[in-house]
Design a protein around this ligand. Structure first.
Ligand SMILES: Nc1ncnc2c1ncn2[C@@H]1O[C@H](COP(=O)(O)OP(=O)(O)OP(=O)(O)O)[C@@H](O)[C@H]1O
Ligand SMILES: [Mg+2]
Length: 195
């Protein structure tokens, strides 16, 4: 059965980034082998898509890079530094989860501003940046809504704004546009066909 994760380079980000190296990553859940020795090197600024059938280990690979779980063996190296044993909050990584995972007790604006607050960004800059990010995803008018007052696609856009707000060295997107209609999706991708 073709269950291996494949990677495809899909372009280069405008901003300079850092090299991310996955070395022989293995992760088993009980009897299930989610990753069986994944090797992948991503160049600074490179955009890479992980491809493969449902259950082949794409989300697991992202969670290992984010530090949300630990590999059974192998290493994650970011900008030349072995971060394999480091907790998530010590890694400069932003992530949009497949299931959005907004903080339910916070408004859209508070969700987007949260990471900036953790990084001790001052109030004025936080306000500006969170506002800019909500505008980018087309949700300026929804800043005071809680997650349960937003549609699935709107929640997904807030999650995207939240991940972009902190300008992380590494940005992990787990199917971040899956709940969006074609028009919004094209606009957020920055596609030349977008209006
Ligand atoms: N916490 C867990 N406990 C047990 N098995 C798990 C756990 N998380 C993932 N798995 C299993 O590991 C395998 C890889 O899961 P993963 O979520 O990485 O797949 P995926 O490639 O992201 O799939 P999809 O395209 O459906 O999102 C699957 O077989 C899944 O059932
Ligand atoms: Mg997945």
């Amino acid at each position: 059965m073709p269950t291996a994760v494949a990677a495809a380079g899909v372009g280069t980000a405008a901003r300079a980034g850092v090299e991310v190296r996955l070395e022989n990553l293995r992760r088993r859940y009980g009897g299930v082998t989610a990753l069986d020795g994944l090797n992948l090197t991503m160049a600074p600024g490179e955009l890479v898509a992980l491809l493969g059938p449902s259950g082949c280990g794409k989300t697991t690979a992202l969670r290992l890079v984010a530090g949300l779980e630990q590999a059974d063996s192998g290493r994650v190296v970011v900008a030349g530094e072995d971060v394999t044993g480091q907790p998530t909050n010590k890694r400069d990584v932003g992530m949009v989860f497949q299931a959005y995972s907004l903080f339910p007790h916070m408004t859209a604006w508070q969700n987007v501003a949260f990471g900036l607050q953790m990084r001790k960004v001052d109030t004025a800059r936080r306000r500006k940046r969170a506002g800019d990010m909500l505008e980018l995803v087309g949700l300026s008018g929804f800043a005071n809504r809680f997650a349960h007052q937003l549609s699935g696609g709107q929640q997904q856009r807030v999650a995207l704004a939240r991940a972009l707000a902190i300008e992380p060295k590494v940005l992990l997107l787990d199917e971040p546009l899956s709940a969006l209609d074609a028009k919004v999706r094209a606009r957020l991708r920055g596609s030349p066909r977008s209006s």
